[in-house]
Design a protein around this ligand. Structure first.
Ligand SMILES: Nc1nc2c(ncn2[C@@H]2O[C@H](COP(=O)(O)OP(=O)(O)O)[C@@H](O)[C@H]2O)c(=O)[nH]1
Ligand SMILES: [Mg+2]
Length: 316
């Protein structure tokens, strides 16, 4: 399936916000790439959540161009940065990446497409599931959501309320019950009811919790066993406002599940877009969807071109 980007004011302001960071205000560096300028560039990139590996790569790139006399002014510096970030974002492009939107993998065979959604507490998993379900229902798909977060009081109810609101089918487990059993029941129900898509919510206590990772492994295994090729996407939801913490979260969850992409929630609440680049540089994992608010419509496909423009060509 393909999620086309929404053209509205909300989205415009998001990309503009990133520009507010003044990353593009490189005029100070225009006098020549001395060590001080490079240090300042490094500081700015780190402050914008680009993370150490991506920052070093970008600074080295700029330095080497400058040494060869290829960067003489702010404009050239900006272009050099933009090109290198574009290169990072384009690396390891999996199937379904395009500048127009994101294609989430689908089940090519019989049975439903299954998406497993993971991430720590409070990042926006349940809300993102509601948004994705809403989008899919709007596309005419029959969607079933499964309340795999059986730990947190209210988590089941929260998903049920969303499901009812967006017109998705709903599978619950017993409170305090086994999340893997819920996942199994959900895939089973999806097959029996002929659902197009099954989305499995999960618990997200701290990623330092070994029990959680063991449990996720079990959920993943149960889904695999019940339906060949499933889960078709394992999406980790990250909170865009937590900076480099997001990198640590991906590292932890990667141990338990084969992540296929990122949903970056709360992009409306941050002006630092560098995390997108940090995640790509470190894991080669694409941001597929971005959360832009608390309403069901506030989900969008990540568009690398628009991202680049927002960060480097925005109004100054
Ligand atoms: N501003 C904003 N808030 C969000 C977004 N996504 C989720 N939230 C809020 O973040 C909080 C936690 O969300 P929830 O989906 O329950 O997180 P979960 O614990 O990971 O399932 C809720 O108050 C949501 O409304 C987003 O894209 N933007
Ligand atoms: Mg939740």
């Amino acid at each position: 399936m393909r999620l086309f980007r929404k053209k509205d004011e909300t989205r415009k302001s998001i990309w503009k916000k990133m520009v507010d960071l003044a990353l593009t205000d490189v005029r100070v560096l225009a006098t020549g790439m001395d060590d001080e300028s490079l240090e300042e560039l490094e500081e700015r990139l780190l402050a914008a959540d680009f993370g150490v590996p991506a920052t070093l790569r970008l600074v080295e790139h700029v330095e080497s161009l400058a040494r060869r006399g290829k960067i003489r002014g702010g404009g050239q510096l900006r272009e050099a940065l933009k090109e290198e970030v574009a290169r990072i974002l384009a690396e390891d492009d999996g199937p379904g990446r395009s500048t127009e939107g994101v294609e989430l993998a689908e089940n090519p065979g019989d049975g439903p497409t299954v998406y497993l959604v993971v991430g720590v507490n409070g990042v926006g998993k349940t809300t993102s599931i509601a948004k994705l379900a809403h989008y899919l229902v709007q596309q005419g798909k029959s969607v079933l959501v499964a309340a795999g977060d059986t730990y947190r009081a209210g988590a089941v109810k929260q998903l049920e309320t969303w499901a009812t609101r967006v017109g998705a089918d709903f599978v619950r487990g017993k409170e305090g019950g086994d999340p893997a059993a819920v996942a199994f029941d959900a895939v089973e129900a999806g097959i029996a009811r002929g659902a197009d898509v099954v989305i499995v919510d999960t618990a997200g206590r701290l990623h330092t919790n070994r029990g959680l990772m063991d449990e996720l492994r079990k959920v993943d295994r149960v889904i695999r066993r019940r339906l060949e090729g499933a889960p078709h996407e394992t999406l980790i939801v990250l909170d865009a406002t937590v900076g480099q913490n997001a990198v640590a979260q991906v590292r932890a969850f990667r141990e338990a599940a084969e992540l296929s992409g990122i949903i970056l929630a709360k992009m409306d609440s941050t002006a630092r877009g560098g995390i997108v680049v940090a995640l790509r540089q470190e894991f080669g994992l694409p941001v597929k969807l971005v959360g832009l608010g608390e309403k069901v419509e506030d989900l969008d496909a990540f568009d690398p071109q628009e991202f680049l423009q927002g960060v480097f060509d925005g109004e100054r």
